[in-house]
Design a protein around this ligand. Structure first.
Ligand code: GDD
Ligand code: MN
Length: 394
């Protein structure tokens, strides 16, 4: 083994396991034991990045003294960037050829680490994601129906916002993954909230493969996920790629204005108002479709479906959405005291999100690719320019 530098950083290392911890004292010992038996005989280290307010640092130091593999503690006095910031600090302090990121509460089984690494090597992948959402995986350990629901919605929305980057990743929310250090530009990552994997995948062009895993019950202590983390996550999403979503929204808004203008014009020529409304709707649905094709989903047009199929799907969804929304508006206004405009505003918002998800995940759904064939990302345009993302991220 190569001699340690003064700061404890070594020249070479095969595997660096990075574990962010916040008040995980009762879990440290079992975690280290299970990681070291899973990686027995390999050149590996464990680095804890700790922001705890309890005696976790003492527990880590106690375990480190007895461990067979190097165990280091990075104690952060100023815990910037929360969980993601801790992971980035751990990555900066290590040199492992492969980096593994996992939770310190044993919800991520250490026995899966060698499986992730083997999968990455065999399939020549840059990133191996431990996924709860492929066959053999499960998120049963997520406490509570509400969290399950939030997690599922967040995953669906996120995949809709990053259809190509996440085409091979079913679980961008997972905190358990491995990657080749050389394939990631660590300097491009911004620590924000809980979702560092999303940051890695969104800002790099990498080959991704997945291994299923069962998200276990927390061993001890309590989860730090809360409403604030949820809000941070939404901001992270928005900052990472407001491109596609905001382009979609802009075109939708222009369509609404166009719709009204057409209706007014036709009525001025004496056309019956309902007929004018229908013509306005048809014209705007079609022009919206053409604009979305040209500006928002241009990189996904050739993913398989025929242009007429895409138009039919888009038309069908918009028509059904308008009809259902109008019916719900009638129901709500009739049965409650909610003012019509407020109800319509809420319905329009929900309709907009659903429309975006539907277009991104159904109409322009990218095919999964084999790991070997992946790597060609769409050319950036004015909506998805990474430089603009960078500027916003600052
Ligand atoms: N250093 C540091 N600083 N560690 C933190 C912080 C922090 O501010 N907040 C949480 N952690 C550590 C915890 O100690 C634990 O090891 C890990 O990060 C995950 O935190 P939990 O509080 O256990 O999160 P969870 O179980 O609710 O969320 C898990 O599931 C998410 C997907 O649903 C985590 O695996 C997330 O990474 C994952 O995205
Ligand atoms: Mn947890």
């Amino acid at each position: 083994m190569t001699p340690d530098h003064k700061d404890g950083k070594q020249n070479t290392m095969e595997i660096s396991v990075i574990v962010p911890t916040f008040n995980e004292a009762p879990n440290v010992e079992e975690l280290v034991q299970r990681i070291q038996s899973a990686l027995h005989g390999r050149q590996a280290e464990i680095v804890f990045v700790d922001d705890s307010t309890d005696d976790t640092p003492a527990a880590i130091e106690r375990v480190a003294a007895e461990a067979e593999i190097p165990v280091r503690l990075i104690r952060r006095e100023h815990p910037e960037g929360g969980l993601s910031g801790a992971v980035l600090a751990g990555l900066a302090a290590t040199v492992g050829e492969w980096c593994v990121v996992m939770d310190g509460d044993l919800q991520h089984p250490p026995e899966l680490i060698p499986v992730l690494l083997a999968s990455g090597v065999e399939q020549s992948a840059d990133v191996v994601v431990a996924s709860r959402h492929i066959s053999g995986g499960s998120s049963a350990g997520l406490s509570g129906l509400v969290r399950q629901l939030v997690s599922t919605s967040a995953t669906v929305l996120t995949r809709a916002m990053f259809p190509t980057k996440l085409r091979n990743c079913t679980d961008p929310m997972t905190g358990f993954f491995a990657f080749r250090r050389s394939s990631i530009d660590l300097a491009s990552l911004r620590p924000r909230g809980f979702k560092i994997l999303l940051e890695i995948l969104a800002r790099n062009t990498v080959t991704v493969v997945e291994e299923p895993f069962v998200f276990g019950e927390r061993h001890a202590g309590e989860s730090k996920a809360d409403f604030r983390q949820g809000l941070r996550f939404l901001i992270q999403l928005a900052t990472l790629r407001f491109g596609r979503l905001s382009g979609f929204a802009l075109i939708g808004a222009l369509g609404a204005v166009g719709n009204l203008a057409i209706m007014a014009l036709l009525q001025a020529f004496g056309v019956w108002y309902l007929l004018a409304a229908i013509i306005g709707a048809v014209v705007t649905i079609v022009t919206n479709f053409l604009l979305q094709e040209r500006f928002v989903f241009h990189d996904l047009r050739e993913e398989g479906r025929h242009v007429w199929t895409r138009l039919a799907q888009s038309f069908g969804f918009n028509g059904a959405e308008t009809a259902l929304r109008t019916y719900l508006l009638w129901l709500i206004v009739g049965a409650t005291n909610v003012p019509g405009v407020a109800a319509q505003a809420a319905l329009l918002t929900v309709g907009f999100v659903l429309r975006f998800v539907y277009h991104s995940r159904v109409v322009y759904r990218p095919k999964r690719t084999s790991s070997a064939g992946y790597g060609v990302e769409a050319a950036p345009d004015f909506l998805t320019d990474p430089a603009a993302d960078e500027a916003r991220a600052r």
